[in-house]
Design a protein around this ligand. Structure first.
Ligand code: SAH
Length: 232
């Protein structure tokens, strides 16, 4: 059984022509992308590293990884997202390998091949996040590095990420996120530990609705990033 919710794939497949519109439905992804890249580059050198971006969507992060010198692969289960990603990377002369495959199947085919795994804004959309983390562990070389991002679950994240972002500010289409699928850092750490991955540090990405600016922040109560390692 594949660890996928078809409604989620349908939702993201609808974005097809809007992935690369910086003012469209993916505007928040474009806004946080430099912060995600900064978080990654403060912890690893991407040059010539084999990186797989799990749940890559239209390739917003994947392209940044490739531009920073990584040998990048992107996988996703939305065919239209991958088509958009593929065409966009060709148009920008980037060599990225895109594959329509689940994290679990890809890990079975490529165990221990990657220096770095990124998995951003995916875990809160899958039925079984533990299974994705197990796949991330399998994909990594010993001492490989893992970068995750997701949304915390508490009253503030409900107010900001759902009511604020989807209903008041219209930053995201309504129904993008399901509160119950949000993930507390303690849960993420626990799942990572179960997958034999050690999460080392967390950082928040906060949004100021007045300045409309996102920034990296100590506050991990809503959107947050996590960095982890696979033991030697
Ligand atoms: N990681 C990208 C896209 C995030 S949007 C970025 O941050 O820029 C979430 C993506 O997860 C969508 O492209 C959707 O198609 C994908 N997705 C949802 N469920 C999935 C699953 N079970 N396996 C793989 N990809 C999935």
């Amino acid at each position: 059984m594949t660890n996928v919710d078809p409604n989620e794939i349908h939702k993201f497949s609808e974005i097809q022509h809007d992935w690369w519109n910086p003012l469209g439905q993916c505007a928040p992804l474009h806004e946080i992308n430099p912060l995600r890249l900064q978080f990654i580059q403060e912890r690893v050198d991407l040059q010539d590293k084999k990186v797989v971006d799990v749940g890559c969507g239209g390739g917003i992060l994947t392209e940044s990884l490739a531009k920073a010198g990584a040998l990048a692969t992107g996988i996703d289960l939305s065919q239209t997202a991958l088509e958009t990603a593929h065409v966009h990377s060709k148009e920008h002369n980037l060599h990225i390998h895109y594959d329509l495959i689940s994290a679990e199947d890809f890990a079975n085919n490529h165990p221990g091949e990657f220096d770095i795994v990124t998995c951003m804004e995916l875990l809160e959309h899958v039925p079984d996040p533990q299974s994705i983390l197990n796949a991330c562990h399998k994909l990594l070389k010993p001492n490989g590095k893992l970068f995750l991002s997701t949304i915390n679950r508490n009253m503030k994240s409900y107010a900001f990420a759902i009511i604020g972002a989807e209903w008041i500010l219209n930053l995201l289409p309504r129904g993008t996120h399901t509160y119950a699928k949000f993930i507390k850092p303690s849960e993420l750490s626990q799942w990572a530990r179960q997958a034999q991955l050690n999460l080392k540090d967390f950082q928040g990405m906060t949004y100021n609705p007045f300045t409309k600016i996102y920034k990296l922040d100590k506050d991990i109560s809503v959107n947050y990033l996590a960095y982890g390692e696979k033991p030697e």
